[in-house]
Design a binder for this molecule. Sequence first.
Ligand code: ZN
Ligand code: ZN
Length: 384
Amino acid sequence: MAGGRKKGEVPVIGLECLSCGHAEYQMSSLGLGELLKGRCPRCGGDLAVTGKELPKEWGEVLSVLEREFSVVDFVLGREGGEFEVEAGPGSSFPRLLRGLRSLGKVGALRRRGGALYLRVLSLPPRREGRPYLPLLLLGLTLLSTLGFSYLFLFGEAVEALLFSVSLMAILASHELGHGLAARRNGVEASPPYFIPAPTYLGTLGAVVRVRSPIPTRDALVEMGASGPLLGFAVALLVSSVGLALGGAGGARLFTTPILLLLRSALGGGLDNPLVLSGSVMMVITFLNLLPAGQLDGGHLARGLLSAEGHSTLTRGMGLGLLFSGLLLPGYPFWIWGLLILLFFGRPHAGVLDDLSPLSSSHRLLAFSTFLLLPLTFPLPGVPA
Ligand SMILES: [Zn+2]
Ligand SMILES: [Zn+2]
């Protein structure tokens, strides 16, 4: 049935279950009224042929699909369906996704027993979200970083303000990186939600929620790399300004290898609120880039590895961090290990096209982003 069939000449039957009312469409040339005994996937009842045409919705999907793949077989229901397809030299999955998106659908490509299957589902209706919530959180986080850093770190208004504003700017640039990569790849993402917290920094960072599936491994790697890279670049810039300004005494919690390199190159003092916000963000980058679960580094790892490889690595990272105190006494990494094992270690949703490998340029992008790990490793504070 595969090769010789002309487009638009698909033999279709509409089936309805005589017992439970389940309805589906298949590729078949059975006649009206014929019965498929015991073939209802829902109740095991008899299916009767009640039509010979696809509904408009699936007809449109089929014609978009046939521009990229040849369709071997299909079973389509009310909510979703599965096509067995064959790829040709001109097949483009990203192009297919764009076509499907214009119909309010999304598709995922999988290989099963040597055959290629495309699962097509309706996209959830666009959520308009609550525009005031990100703004409210932004305002609260600005206040909490200002307030808590004043109380616990600086005891001085101008320094607390410099710290608060620069930290928020670096956090925002990290999230902006994710947002730009999402837009570039047609992925729907929320605005950044800043998280105010009663810690001495006043925040737990910010998150962007990804609301639609990620199409390809290349897109996944771009999503994972862009936040840490842009956030790191801005942290570097802010720290350099802070080093140049210097400062006498005050708060210094920790530093990073790149910060010490920067100081030996530029000179200047580490006791500046801008240096502190830069180093805080570097450490956040480090924790976020560990290749595990749903962390940014986990996205990169899933781009490079299979689903199984990724979950093995996640468990390994979690356990490794949990027992890291044996090698690195004094580091509270075990908390992060525990969080990864309990919360961030869920199986990765993966990408819609799990078959195409990562391109070599994106492989390079993933590995270069991991180079930030040794640069941003948290070191104890050193004398200024
Ligand atoms: Zn049934
Ligand atoms: Zn991120």
